[in-house]
Design a protein around this ligand. Structure first.
Ligand code: ASP
Length: 327
């Protein structure tokens, strides 16, 4: 008898817990949602996130607040979200670094594949190789010769190990078989300030952080990392045009929740992301920054999960091939 009572009591508790989750999902969101950007304010990830967050706020009927948690190439912010409550109120917008960090960090405090619930892809952004306005080299060919001749006398800004800027610099140094002095920042927003001020020589960063400065003539641009030149920067050659073959890099971004978030909440967020990416203002702002929103079919949990898995395998092989050891 006692056993039956216990079983009944246990199933009653399980039943009410289940319905509490269902009610929570139906009611979602009933308070502001935070998207953690794992880099400083004013940088490219921040810019993309703020545009998407504003459109999602309208759709969700709740404020979508952006919180910048920069440091350690994006791994601090990602780690914070991995450990956050899986109630749909703390999300992460991160880029390609989700797939490179496992190969670059000997002990990463989270597993990108199992500690997150993917919501959807957001955008793919070309990179640009840029330098302070008065940096001597006039073309990509000159830049290559200059970096080879001056090595560690050349300073190169990045956003820490695992950042897109660090990945691009690593590939560039590898292609040239030389080393520059890398200067880490919490994001490439502050790095751009130093590039504009002439305190640092070079950077490779996304068009979402470099286009307006290039067009204003405030920094020098040597190359884009796409196979073709891009519409907003028609004067800037591709890496291949400058003689560097097989150097193509597009920085993909995704939106994630902590693992275990209720599927109804993930679906609600994915629908909201798709709506935000179809928004004309978002599309126009992305285009002005040299990028584009992904189509709705890519702003889905399945598409992001597939991208993360494929890219993690690809970058692990590239990084191993380049002889770069995890730190
Ligand atoms: N996108 C930059 C990077 O990974 C960081 C940032 O968004 O500030 O280099």
């Amino acid at each position: 008898m006692k056993t039956i009572v216990k079983i009944l009591a246990a199933s009653f508790v399980a039943g009410s817990a289940l319905s509490a989750v269902t009610v929570m999902a139906q009611d979602y969101p009933n308070q502001p949602v935070t998207i953690v950007v794992p880099f400083s304010a004013g940088g490219p990830t921040d810019t993309v996130t703020r545009l998407v967050a504003a459109a999602m706020s309208e759709d969700l009927g709740q404020q979508v607040v952006v919180q910048n948690v920069g440091g350690a190439g994006g791994t601090l912010g990602a780690g914070q979200v991995a450990a956050a409550a899986n109630d749909g109120y703390t999300l992460l917008l991160h880029h390609i670094g989700m797939s490179t960090a496992p190969a670059l960090y000997a002990s990463l405090p989270y597993d990108p594949m199992t500690d997150f619930a993917p919501i959807g892809l957001v955008t793919e952004v070309p990179m640009t190789i840029v330098a302070r306005k008065d940096f001597e080299p006039a073309s990509l060919e000159d830049l290559i010769a200059h970096v080879k001749a001056n090595g560690e006398d050349v300073t190169y800004a990045n956003a820490g190990i695992g950042a897109a800027s660090q990945l691009c610099g690593m590939l560039f140094m590898n292609a040239l078989d030389t080393k520059m002095t890398e200067v880490p920042y919490q994001g490439t927003g502050p790095a751009m300030t130093d590039l504009l001020g002439g305190q640092i020589d070079m950077m490779c960063d996304q068009t979402t952080n470099t286009t307006s400065q290039i067009l204003a003539g405030e920094i020098k641009a040597y190359a884009v990392t796409t196979p073709e030149r891009i519409a907003v920067l028609p004067e800037v050659p591709t890496m291949a045009e400058g003689g560097v073959e097989n150097f193509e890099l597009a920085i993909w971004h995704g939106l994630y929740a902590p693992a275990g978030t209720d599927q109804a909440i993930i679906d609600r967020l994915s629908a909201s992301l798709q709506k935000a990416l179809a928004d004309e203002t978002v599309g126009n702002s992305f285009a002005e920054l040299g990028t584009y929103p992904v189509p709705a079919s890519q702003a889905t949990p399945a598409a992001l999960a597939q991208k993360l898995e494929g890219q993690t395998a690809l970058w692990a092989a590239v990084i191993a091939d380049a002889g770069i050891a995890a730190q």
